[in-house]
Design a binder for this molecule. Sequence first.
Ligand SMILES: NC(=O)c1ccc[n+]([C@@H]2O[C@H](COP(=O)([O-])OP(=O)(O)OC[C@H]3O[C@@H](n4cnc5c(N)ncnc54)[C@H](O)[C@@H]3O)[C@@H](O)[C@H]2O)c1
Length: 442
Amino acid sequence: MELLEKIKNKKAKIGIIGLGYVGLPLGLEFALKGFDVLGFDVDERKIPLLKEGKTYIKHIKAEKIKKSVDSGHFDATTDFSRLPEVDAIIICVPTPLNEHREPDMTYIVQTAETIKKYLRKGQLVTLESTTYPGTTSEILQPMFEDAGLTSGAKFKVGEDFFLAFSPEREDPNNPNYSTATIPKVVGGVTKNCIDAAVALYNFVIVKTVPVSSPAVAEATKLLENIYRSVNIALVNELKMVFDKMGIDVWEVIEAAKTKPFGYNAFYPGPGLGGHCIPIDPFYLTWKAREFEINTKFIELAGEINTQQPQYVVDKTMHVLNKVKKSLNGSKVLILGAAYKKDIDDMRESPSLKLIELLQENGAKVDYNDPYVPKLPKTRKYDYEMTSVDLTETKLAEYDLVLLSTDHSDYDYKFIAENSKIIVDTRNAFERAGIKKENIFKA
Ligand SMILES: NC(=O)c1ccc[n+]([C@@H]2O[C@H](COP(=O)([O-])OP(=O)(O)OC[C@H]3O[C@@H](n4cnc5c(N)ncnc54)[C@H](O)[C@@H]3O)[C@@H](O)[C@H]2O)c1
């Protein structure tokens, strides 16, 4: 196979479609390994930034981008007619839910339409976007087969073009794992497809894990994220039960963690956030309906996890009640807007829901986040809010400080010393060695 030879000789040029949290680090990884990479994105603002060696994602360092660009191995464009230049096309576009909480496949379908227009013989296409089992074979494959029709006959998968699914397992800002060091599952439509995809990923990923089909790879990603969602729901439920019993769930988890087998620690919080865990499980729920099956675990976990912001706000009301205050009219400062610590990603952040619920109950709400100077407009929320400074006088203005995201940069001692009351949804203060009567867990 000519493509395989090209890959093995590092002569294959890689195209990455979608230069976001997943696509950009992957493209840089290939460029730094000496492959020529051409990134494609519909967002015109990103291209000049990349060309200048600048970053637009906090944990992806500008130096890495600059090094890739300066080496001559990395370039980016909005011109999709350049797709025939590349030998492998890796799709990393978003897969959100629509307003009915059903898969929004528009990004994948639009991208596939564009690829179909330019697909040439000998190219490999791999999809990385999280999606329901069947997407690669049921949606992409027939479209790409039809791409051949313009020049006579349909293309044959595994001969004229190669197709695979390989889910991304990025954990933004995890100091122990990055794109290159996380093993990667790959499922190809035919043997030639899997051989090409595995050969390619082997250059940049520590270990590739071939599976028998794209559907198995698609299902693997969903299992991983459903597993997280269900386990987080379990500890969130236990948090509420144990709290009523006067038991601290965090202490229980620390104790349970000492079991050397059969237990993995998951932690409660103010609600699910990010582009994956609150969304991906419902891709399976949607697909399962086609087979007349209800995904009960997924629904139940979703219900418990979505209830968390309300639980936190109820707890906040009780805490204020202890000092003869009502939430209505109180000044509340939310610490942390990003959905998880030490990153600037706001997608599906529970802090946005907390602001909504607190405001609905008459609270005056501000927020602080060292990585989010201004709250971005999302599909659902459009708050005109900017991060307030964390000074002694500022903290003293608030009736209550609500910790939503446990950024490492926070000076927990300083915050504890200068706040009237604290509600902590992450056990961050105790983990920082601070135990005070005015700190309540939620
Ligand atoms: N962020 C994560 O940690 C993570 C982890 C695992 C899997 N995933 C999955 O990876 C996929 C991508 O997620 P992400 O976090 O990188 O999203 P993102 O929003 O950060 O990036 C997507 C990029 O695609 C671009 N784009 C949108 N439509 C396009 C089109 N038609 N053609 C070309 N570019 C287009 C956007 O401008 C953006 O730059 C999703 O399916 C997600 O579920 C994400």
